[in-house]
Design a protein. Sequence first.
Length: 244
Amino acid sequence: MSDAPGTSRSWMRPAEQRWGLGEVALGFLLAQALAVVATSIAMGVAGWTESSDIPLWAAAVLQIPLWGGYLTAVQLAGVKGDGVVRDFGLDVRWRDVAPGLAIGVAVQILVLPLLYLPILQLTGYTDDDLSAPARALSDKASGPVGWILLSLIVVVGAPIVEELFFRGLFLRSLQKRGLPDWASIVLCAAVFGAVHFQPLQFPGLFVIGLVLSFMAVRTGRLGLPIMTHVGFNATSVVLLYVNS
């Protein structure tokens, strides 16, 4: 972490960027392809017949191919430009920590319940349906080691990788194409929600995606979005642990 002064948008020079949506498309395709292939091989070798059979340690390992696809695209784009730190604003400062965590917790425990109150009433779904994907993962966590591993996946790994790819590479590529900031924010949030492939969870993912994308545009860095993402995901893990 740093707390060095600097102009937040000094690294954003869209006209000079030699990377763009091509690297984004590559990242999407590579991440999904590697994840599918790795999961298929692992299930075949281990004899798992359904995804629910995959233990937590294996689920953690199988995130590596998915994240590898995203990070490969980020790295390739960084090589074409001035590097990941400068081009995508990978700059976390101490002053990002407290407000970022607080905003992430607030969105999770205050905003999302209000958001889903009318949605659940209109659709007939329940809170159990809404939390089913998270519970499926937490059910695999047995004992302290399992919960530590789950936390590393959800609270540490996912925020860093996803912010680099979505709010770093993808959002900046949309801006490079000439989209106004508001359109880039909305589109980035929509795609972020959609690629989780969980229709009922999409509204919540879209909302947190809006918050994270706005922060990235407003500050010109990924520090605040990363810490907000950490707070958001950490709250989910804590709630799952308390209710397990």
